[in-house]
Design a protein around this ligand. Structure first.
Ligand code: SAM
Length: 494
């Protein structure tokens, strides 16, 4: 592991970590694994946190990046517990690469890849991410759905929910709702409604001190106990929204026993319809504990099914996750009925017949079979709502389904950025592809006009789908030998 600079090291020496935090970790580690373990834990604060990215299986079904010199220089190494998860080297900046803008990966702390990895989501299911912003885990769940079924991504903070929306759109997830309400309001509308639920609860954040030393201050101000009531409430309400047979993951980024095993064991004592289950983790075979140890993961305190990540045992920050099963018919991998993938092609495409005249010509350029659901036209904007999902007055929506585009003042259809990201290159007739190493890729992402000479282009529709190495990034309009830039201004490369 990379040693921290002296300055960073000093920031997180023992003297800079909260007393309550030190006492608790000493108790948790020392009493179970011996004093030496606690010493190794403290030592880990002198090392750099590892950075990670997670590939988007929606755009990269084989979970590998196109080969290229820059990607090789990133020194990608697989994260052993998450499919498509990779560590990248210090000082590398994959978020400053056109592939990031093409939604090919999400920058995510490696331990944070565990909760959505262990929630067994299958295409066609109804999934809720109750505390979803900024969307690390929601993008992972959305990608697992493969465009079928529905993801409700919720966060009580409306400003954070906007960032969540951007990340889901960047990932090209079409079958989703983004809401910004409390758990009570959701439960009112969705009793026993979801196959799978993720509760990545707000917490005291002790697991993140090495990565974000600023979190020490809020820990000192509030402490773990302040979070327990909201964590319990989220779990109570989440449990009531889960269908019988469904699965729920509860996770935090703290070591605190109160916020982790404490919340779960109290919950299990009061809910005999729930049980904790040892999750399937990539890299964990039949050997249970031995495999966990090899992965560097540990189990919970008095809750063996839970997973704890300790930074001195694994290359990741502090995290806790547990998989809960609501007894009843098994929903481990059964898609709910009535969803898009069960419909015939003609039914799936029926929304096209509803298109208003100002949008119909545009969609003749989009291949049959793209998208399914119900068309909604509101305030001159067109949305494609996931199949069989009505809107509810009581909910505050940040986004209802896939925003297809809007009617311009001139009465013409203008496709949205989200539509560009949800399409595959083959699903639209007119495309231009810029190689990622060509300076025009970044020029386009900065909102500049781009010369088309020498670029692979096809089709003659008014709107062109602009791709980088074949992956859509936005729209443009041909104007002679150049491309008028229609990249969404709010997403520009800065
Ligand atoms: N799951 C997110 C991810 O992977 O990017 C991180 C979630 S963060 C740990 C916890 C989130 O819970 C915060 O965004 C916070 O706004 C939200 N939150 C706090 N209280 C909530 C509540 N009562 N209902 C829903 N969300 C809540």
């Amino acid at each position: 592991m990379q040693k921290k600079t002296e300055e960073q090291g000093r920031m997180l020496g023992e003297d800079h970590l909260p007393e309550e935090f030190l006492q608790e970790t000493k108790r948790l580690l020392g009493s179970r694994y011996g004093e030496d373990d606690y010493r190794l834990f403290l030592q880990s604060y002198q090392e750099e946190a590892r950075a990670g990215l997670r590939l988007n299986r929606r755009k990269l079904p084989n979970l590998s990046l196109p080969a290229g010199p820059e990607q090789e220089a990133w020194g990608l190494q697989p994260v052993p517990w998450a499919e498509g998860g990779y560590y990248y080297g210090p000082e590398k900046k994959p978020a400053r690469h056109p592939y990031y803008y093409a939604g090919l990966y999400y920058i995510q702390e490696p331990s944070a890849m565990i909760p959505a990895s262990i929630l067994p989501v299958s295409p066609g299911e109804r999934v809720l991410d109750l505390c979803a912003a900024p969307g690390g885990k929601a993008t992972q769940l959305g990608a697992k759905l493969g465009g079928r079924g529905v993801l409700y991504a919720n966060d009580i903070s409306s400003s954070r929910a906007k960032g969540l929306l951007k990340n889901l759109e960047l990932f090209g997830i079409p079958n989703m709702f983004v809401t910004s309400v409390g758990p009570d309001e959701l439960l009112d509308v969705f009793p026993e409604s979801f196959d799978k639920i993720l509760i990545d609860a707000p917490c005291s954040g002790g697991g993140m001190f090495r990565r974000e030393p600023s979190m020490v201050k809020s820990f000192q101000e509030k402490g773990p106990a302040a979070y327990v009531p909201v964590q319990k409430e989220l779990l109570e309400k989440g449990a009531k929204m889960l269908k019988a047979g469904g699965y729920l993951v509860y996770s935090t980024c703290t070591f605190s026993e109160k916020e982790n095993e404490g919340v779960i064991l109290d919950f299990l004592a009061e809910h005999e319809e729930f049980e904790a289950e040892a999750p399937q983790i990539p890299g964990r075979g039949q050997n249970g504990e031995a495999d966990m140890e090899q992965l560097g993961l540990r189990d919970g305190v008095g809750l063996r099914e839970a997973i704890r990540v300790w930074p001195h045992c694994a290359a990741g920050e502090g995290h806790f996750a547990v998989l809960l099963h609501k007894k009843g018919e098994d929903k481990r991998s059964s898609p709910s009925h009535g969803h898009a993938h069960l419909c015939k092609r003609a039914e799936r495409d029926s929304w096209r017949k509803e298109l208003p005249s100002w949008a119909a010509a545009f969609f003749r350029e989009v291949s049959d079979g793209f998208g399914s659901g119900t068309l909604l036209c509101r305030d001159n904007q067109l949305y494609l709502l996931p199949e069989g999902e009505p809107l509810h007055r009581k909910l505050r929506y940040v986004r209802t389904g896939l925003l297809l585009g809007a009617r311009s003042r001139a009465g013409k259809f203008e496709p949205s950025q989200a539509l560009a990201m949800a399409l595959a290159k083959e699903e639209y007739t007119s495309t231009v592809s810029i190689p990622s190493y060509d300076s025009r890729a970044v020029k386009y992402l900065k909102g500049e006009t781009v010369e088309l000479d020498g670029l692979a282009a096809r089709g003659d529709a008014d709107w062109m789908l602009v791709c980088i190495d074949g992956f859509p990034v936005g729209w443009g309009k041909r104007s002679g030998s150049s491309l008028k830039n229609k990249y969404y201004p709010g997403w520009r490369w800065q």
